[in-house]
Design a protein. Structure first.
Length: 444
């Protein structure tokens, strides 16, 4: 098995240096992070090592980081570094799944010994998984993407076929179907598994910082750029970049992304120096990108560049036979996450689960499994949901009528419409698409 890696997370550079020195003397490979979010890019179910993190940090703290790591793989050992006043908190964290904790200032040898024990435990976990797979148990792909319907069997086959290559992949599927789970599986089954998996939510990128976030910048590139900074693309070198909901990316940025995908080279803002980029791109979309191309909202050349390999995540509606099996798997997962004993699922619950519709797909089903494990039933508040749905329908009809009236009042000219409504051009396009409005049809 390859050498273990220790991820050390602390916003205090001096503490990070002390940890790195102690671990280096003990023969461990380390990676240091001042921000927890960066460390998460290196964590996956195949991660061979341990995570050492301070409890108190600005932004995401150590407890939240531990919870995020446990969501990815509950068997990754997390060691918390505490101040004297945080011992009670550390004890609580141990009950919630932390492997161990050390107090500052720590003894270097004792610290290294605790890390060594954590690494040994992780190594045993990974070796046992390999042995179980060799003994004919379900492999990791089937555990992540369970289902016996032909569409799921075919998806797993296609995933295994493409995962070991460097081909860029487009993942299409409705909201909640598990597109990011599929993307992570592609990364973890590839030769890039030990490198970063960097997820970029294209719908949430701040417009004024998009290029700096993705490409990085040099000092002085713009007001406030005091020091140089890696962008997300450069941070992912050697690994995988997930472009989540790529259909939301602005057109002008799509052109720059196309050049990056074709040339595998970037330049930081404020620099003309090319930076080679060794990454694999996985893009996801809940909308039909061909329709977006036809509507002029997505570049055709970028679509065809991404569309070399396309994997489609089916909705639960198209694989209803899988719902009971999937619910049982999600109950087992939730029981482990909440440290509950094995939870029996009565036959009548399975029957109810099978009969329900799940418009929110796997995400909605997972929430139901969580509630069931916590003793809250299935959260059957469908009556209130229907009332909320009726209200949402009425609001949507009102919004549609306002937009249609504005289109009619301005003769189908879009600029005065979105200016009078106080929304952006992009938002107007999205709302027109959602309501099935066409500027010419509105005039008829």
């Amino acid at each position: 098995m390859m050498q273990s890696t220790i991820l050390t997370v602390d916003d205090d550079e001096e503490v990070r240096r002390s940890m790195a020195q102690a671990l280096d003397l003990a023969g461990f490979a380390t990676q240091e992070f001042s921000a927890p979010e960066r460390a998460l890019d290196f964590v996956n179910p195949g991660f061979n090592g341990a995570v050492v993190t301070d409890i108190r940090m600005p932004g995401m703290d150590g407890m939240t980081l531990m919870a995020r790591i446990r969501d990815i793989d509950a068997d990754i050992p997390v060691i918390l570094v505490t101040g004297h006043g945080d011992v009670q908190l550390a004890v609580k964290a141990m009950r919630e799944g932390a492997y161990d904790f050390v107090e500052k200032p720590f003894n270097a040898q004792d610290f290294a010994d605790r890390v060594a024990r954590a690494v040994d435990r992780r190594r045993l976990v990974l070796e046992n998984r390999v042995l179980r797979a060799a003994a004919g148990k379900r492999d990791d792909v089937e555990a992540r993407l369970p289902g016996r319907t032909p569409v799921m069997v075919d998806l797993r086959y296609r995933l295994r076929a493409v995962a070991g290559t460097d081909a860029d992949v487009l993942v299409i599927g409705d909201t909640g179907t598990g597109k990011e789970v599929l993307a992570r599986a592609l990364h973890d089954l590839s030769g890039r598994a030990t490198k970063p998996f960097v997820a970029i939510n294209c719908a949430a990128l701040p417009e004024n910082l998009i290029e700096s976030e993705l490409f990085g910048h040099e000092a002085g590139a713009f007001p406030g750029a005091i020091r140089p900074r890696y962008g997300k693309f450069e941070h992912a070198r050697g690994g995988t970049v997930l472009l989540d909901e790529i259909g939301s990316m602005p057109l002008e940025l799509q052109a720059k992304l196309l050049r990056v995908i074709e040339d595998r080279v970037i330049a930081r803002l404020g620099s003309n120096e090319p930076v080679p980029l060794d990454v694999r791109f996985v893009a996801t979309s809940k909308v039909d990108l061909e329709a977006e191309v036809a509507a002029g909202r997505f570049r055709a050349d970028l679509f065809y560049r991404l569309n070399v390999v396309t994997l489609r995540m089916p909705s639960l509606e198209t694989r209803r036979e899988d719902v009971p099996l999937l619910f049982l798997a999600l109950v087992r997962e939730a029981a482990g996450r909440y440290r509950r004993d094995e939870v029996a699922v009565p036959a009548e619950i399975i029957a109810e689960i099978a009969q329900r519709d799940w418009p929110g797909n796997v995400r909605e089903l997972r929430n139901a499994a969580d509630r069931f494990v916590l003793g809250l039933g299935l959260g059957d508040d469908r009556g209130s949901e229907r009332e909320a749905s009726r209200l949402a329908d009425r609001v949507a009809e009102f919004e549609k009528s306002i937009i249609a009236g504005a289109l009619l009042a301005h003769g189908g000219s879009l600029r005065p419409v979105y200016e009078s409504l106080g929304i952006s051009r992009k938002t107007l396009y999205e709302k027109m698409q959602r309501h099935g409005l066409d500027k010419d049809a509105a005039l008829e």
